[in-house]
Design a binder for this molecule. Structure first.
Ligand code: GAL
Length: 432
């Protein structure tokens, strides 16, 4: 009996092998057209990671044609508007970059993206994700996007040469308070340098969230997004005064800089001492040209926590989605398979400055900076970024952004700004 079935199996196998040999070279299923992937990862500090992941995609799916539909502009400033127009016109890209958190939930609410239960089940992806990430990509218990990374938004990059020339030493773990930081800024200004390099509007919001978290603490920040939030409190007034003062130490041409990179470069060039920016800046500083500056950590640039945030990890995560009504669902699933994979994430993240969303990436592939970030992610108090859409729903975020734009133009109007923030919370947020 055993022998007979062995012969039958052998015959079947031999026939299959013959068929495989006789088959034409193009065995993989024919592609359904290009796979258009939309993001804002263009240029310095943004493009290298994407290119590395695309390379894996192309080697694993040689019949798929990747189309890079990226639109330049940090934090998606331009890309989000282009995407909204395309979605309204019923012309979605095959996949797009979405922040884990309120942004992903908003696309799911608007029925613009599909639930990925089958994908998660068949790939076992949820088993290698940090449990904290799952609710942020889920609605009603269904996962809606594939997180590819975790970025830290609260990093204070600095130029060690500028600091030592001004006689400034950073206390172990970073400045504990904004007052301590402002005293250091006074020394830097006295030495003829800008203290804090800043770029255009979205980077002012990025600075805003960092000053708020550093002034209010992680708990105080979290409470601003929960029912009962008190945006009118005296603690918020103090935080806004800190923000106004921080703005007074920034470069006067901030608003006219094209994006975060020229601001970061003010620091690396030695015109400014500090730049508070997410860790995508690490890719810009350390990667090779043309997209990186090939700088040496600790010598050309260094990092610490922004004031008041030692032990706090402000996070955001990029993810990719499966749209409703896309032209190439199989191509999208192939892209999502690579984005979820260990190989895809290990190619993407070391160049992007982020850590893997997966918990099983090989740490030896990462820089000293990123290895430290991975440890901090596991041990720090983790809170969500506003600018990068973890907390605050999109319309609330837009209202905060408008109020902030008015304030940055005239930072003496702290009380008007606070009133606008209270109103924004009442109309689009959790305040009564
Ligand atoms: C964030 C995004 C990061 C990085 C950054 C600067 O919103 O999540 O991946 O690209 O903007 O553009």
């Amino acid at each position: 009996m055993f022998r007979k079935s062995f012969v039958v199996v052998s015959l079947v196998l031999a026939a299959a092998m013959l068929a495989a040999c006789a088959a034409p070279a193009t065995q993989a299923p024919a592609a359904q057209g290009p796979v258009e992937v939309f993001s804002w990862w263009v240029g310095p500090g943004e493009a290298d990671g994407l290119a590395a992941m695309v390379k894996i995609f192309q080697s694993q799916y040689p019949n798929e044609q990747f189309v890079n539909a990226a639109v330049a502009g940090g934090a998606g400033t331009n890309a989000k508007a282009v995407l909204a127009t395309r979605l309204q016109a019923g012309d979605p890209p095959d996949s797009w970059q979405a922040h884990a958190g309120e942004a992903t939930v908003a696309y799911a609410d608007a029925k613009q993206i599909q639930a990925l239960d089958d994908f998660f089940k068949s790939s076992g992806f949820a088993n290698v994700l940090p449990p904290a990430l799952i609710p942020l990509i889920s609605k009603d218990g269904h996962p809606y996007s594939v997180p590819v990374n975790i970025h830290r938004s609260n990093v204070m990059w600095y130029n060690p040469k500028v600091l030592s020339a001004a006689g400034v030493t950073i206390p172990a773990g970073g400045f504990k308070t904004y007052d301590e930081f402002f005293a250091a800024c006074d020394k830097i200004v006295a030495a003829g340098k800008t203290c804090l390099a800043l770029g255009p509007a979205w980077t002012a919001e990025h600075l805003f969230e960092n000053v708020m978290i550093g002034s209010l603490g992680a708990d105080g920040w979290n409470k601003l997004w929960e029912p009962g939030a008190d945006w009118g409190s005296a603690a918020v007034t103090t935080a806004l005064n800190n923000y106004a003062k921080a703005l007074s130490y920034t470069n006067s041409d901030a608003a006219s800089l094209s994006d975060w990179q020229p601001a970061a470069q003010l620091m690396t060039n030695g015109d400014a001492a500090f730049n508070i920016m997410g860790d995508w800046a690490y890719g810009y500083f350390a990667n090779q040209p043309p997209n990186g500056l090939a700088l040496t950590p600790h010598t050309d640039f260094d990092w610490t926590s922004p004031p008041g945030t030692p032990g706090v990890f402000v996070f955001l995560a990029d993810s990719f989605v499966l749209p409703v009504g896309n032209k190439n669902p199989q191509g999208t699933l192939d892209w999502l398979t690579v984005a979820a994979s260990k190989a895809g994430q290990e190619a993407f993240n070391p160049l992007k400055g982020s850590i893997c969303a997966r918990t099983d990436c090989d740490q030896s592939l990462f820089s000293e900076y990123s290895q430290g970030a991975a440890k901090d992610w596991g041990s720090n108090t983790v809170v969500g970024s506003l600018t990068h859409e973890v907390v605050g729903n999109p319309s609330w975020n837009t209202k905060i952004g408008s109020a902030l734009g008015v304030f940055v133009a005239d930072p003496t109007k702290v009380s008007d700004f606070q009133t606008a923030l209270v109103d924004a919370c009442k109309s689009d947020g959790v305040c009564k």
